[in-house]
Design a binder for this molecule. Structure first.
Ligand SMILES: N[C@@H](CCC(=O)N[C@@H](CS)C(=O)NCC(=O)O)C(=O)O
Length: 246
């Protein structure tokens, strides 16, 4: 049985505070891959210092994309089965745009934007004992700020960052058009990845120009609703272990 390690589900409105955890869990659910969910608060427990990661046959593997490549190789799991080469390339491009660009705007809106940080801090770090409650949130925020700066997004001003995010969302909306899913009637990896981003933006009770931009695209909102229904319908039975990892 695969163990899927994700952050505790501490942000109301989204299955997980991490877009990458939502993506991987949704992909496993949709592909019908049996798994147990383990909550891990410490990314350093993962082989690459990040969450999510999985444990399969005693081996820990990190990175949502690399995990899915391995599951394809080992178990034949492929949400993009049946797509032609150009569609697969489009699916890949959508996944990369969401993860390499849009996700940083989401991180900014939660961790840096003063309008949301107090609520995010409260949700993510609830229950930490003193004095950790005084130290951990600030140092985690500092680390995200440094990562945003290194990646580049953090060098733009607030207006520019939200404008970049709004452009990504507009592109996704145009690509989706009137279809139910990006490649027709079936949800593919691109749909899973976009859902992970959309529910991260729209789901939590946090306001930002990014959320306003997402809500302005009716087709994206409907897509998120549709994917949310699929996510709920594909809940694995007796396979969830909501235990905090030791
Ligand atoms: N490329 C990775 C990204 C995972 C990632 O960035 N995880 C973040 C949470 S959203 C993390 O664990 N950050 C902790 C850190 O960088 O110290 C994937 O697809 O899994």
């Amino acid at each position: 049985m695969i163990r899927l390690y994700v952050f505790p589900a501490r942000l109301k409105g989204t299955p997980n505070p991490s877009l990458f955890c939502v993506k991987l869990e949704t992909a496993l659910r949709l592909a019908g891959v049996p798994h147990q969910l383990w909550y891990e608060m410490d990314p350093s427990k993962g082989p690459k210092g990040k969450v999510p990661f999985i444990e399969i046959e005693g081996e820990r593997i990190a990175d949502s994309a690399l995990i899915l490549y391995q599951l394809k190789e080992k178990l034949g799991v492929d949400l993009d089965r049946g797509l032609d080469d150009a569609e697969r390339a489009m699916s890949h491009s959508i996944e990369r745009m969401v993860e390499e660009r849009l996700s940083w705007t989401i991180a900014y809106s939660r961790w840096i934007d003063e309008a949301n940080w107090p609520a995010v801090k409260k949700a993510l770090f609830q229950g930490l004992p003193f004095p950790l409650s005084r130290i951990v949130p600030g140092s985690a925020r500092k680390a995200v700020k440094a990562a945003l700066h290194a990646q580049g997004t953090g060098r733009h001003n607030r207006e520019e960052i939200y404008d970049l995010g709004a452009r990504d969302l507009a592109a996704l909306s145009a690509l989706l058009g009137e279809r139910r899913f990006f490649f027709g009637e079936e949800a593919r990896l691109a749909d899973v990845t976009v859902y992970a981003a959309l529910i991260s933006i729209i789901g939590p009770d946090l306001e930002s120009p990014l959320k306003a931009a997402a809500l302005s695209h009716e087709n994206l909102v409907r897509h998120a609703e549709r994917m949310g229904e699929l996510y709920a319908a594909k809940r694995p039975r007796n396979r969830i272990n909501l235990t905090l990892a030791a």
